[in-house]
Design a binder for this molecule. Structure first.
Ligand code: C5P
Length: 295
């Protein structure tokens, strides 16, 4: 089985102060983009789950979300010979705020549900996915959703009108827990941040520039405090592209939006080259053509 696991960007991300457990309630409009990890899943004549990856820096042990997703499915089944060989081709950078590990986990849950003909309803997969990480449930639904709670309550919404996101991927990993810790240290967050703005219903109809003007990411302040070089990169990019540039999730990836692909491609072609920063033009809410696609 060949599966494509898309990255996401947080178009909009509001964060409240921490709750009693140290987690933060949030409100986020998330959207998938056409940057994919590839999962190849084969049945094996063993009882174990074996994961390999083309990324030598990736832990392929029980800490990997793909293994954790597979084991959380197995735990619900009667014992039997359900060995797997899984290969993960990583394209989504780790520590970039693009949800790569979470997407791999969600695609594994969906893939095994099909491979083993379990026919579990999406609510059952959603329950398993929420235990794996706050962003995992979004990837079961996607491609454009409003996420609340810790991120695990997912309500699909219309896709944004702009079709293209240009991603800027600095060679810099920002671990999510560190960014939330800095957020707390800086005493950021208001509980009223979680109220949808009154004009929210019109946001999905906005073209790129006015929409960018409305988008906020409350984790930018702590992330930019931890990585000041990201602040100057963002300022330079905003000047160069003549439009707002936002951060995705807890960083370090930055993005901006375009209505049409020609406009995005010519802006990228004109931009100054920056060593250490990958630039990708991606489609928002792409159709995913893998072995889960309905023919
Ligand atoms: O759920 P996930 O594994 O993505 O969370 C990683 C870390 O980010 C958590 O351990 C927590 O420190 C922080 N976090 C948070 N509030 C959220 C999501 C994540 O504080 N809503």
């Amino acid at each position: 089985m060949r599966l494509l696991a898309p990255a996401k960007i947080n178009l909009h991300l509001r964060v409240a102060p921490p709750d009693g457990s140290g987690f933060h309630s949030l409100l986020s409009w998330m959207c998938t983009v056409s940057l994919f990890d590839t999962l190849s899943i084969d049945r094996a004549d063993t009882t174990s789950i074996h994961l390999t990856s083309d990324d030598p820096g990736l832990a392929c042990d029980d800490s990997n979300l793909v293994i954790r997703a597979a084991k959380s499915t197995l735990n619900e089944l009667a014992p039997g010979q359900r060995g797997l060989d899984i290969h993960l081709q990583k394209r989504i950078p780790s520590g970039g705020g693009l949800g790569g590990g979470s997407s791999d986990a969600a695609r594994t849950l969906l893939g095994l549900n099909a491979l083993w003909k379990l026919d579990w309803p999406i609510q059952r997969l959603a329950r398993l996915s929420a235990a794996l990480g706050s962003d995992v449930p979004f990837f079961l639904f996607g491609p454009s959703s409003l996420c609340t709670g810790r991120g695990q309550m997912v309500q699909p919404v219309s896709r944004p009108r702009p079709k293209w996101a240009v991603l800027f991927l600095p060679a810099l990993a920002l671990p999510t827990p560190a960014v939330y810790r800095k957020f707390d240290e800086m005493k950021l967050g208001h509980s009223d941040a979680l109220t949808l703005p009154p004009d929210w219903s019109s946001w999905t109809q906005e073209s790129a520039k006015p929409l960018l003007g409305r988008l906020v990411n409350d984790l930018e302040a702590p992330a930019l405090a931890l990585a000041p070089e990201l602040r100057s990169l963002r300022q330079d990019l905003e000047r160069e592209f003549g439009r707002a540039v936002r951060m995705s999730g807890s960083g370090s990836s930055l993005f901006t939006l375009f209505d049409e692909s020609d406009e995005a491609k010519s802006a990228v072609a004109r931009m100054k080259e920056r060593p250490g920063v990958r630039v990708l033009t991606t489609e928002l809410a792409p159709v995913i053509e893998d072995d889960l696609a309905v023919p």
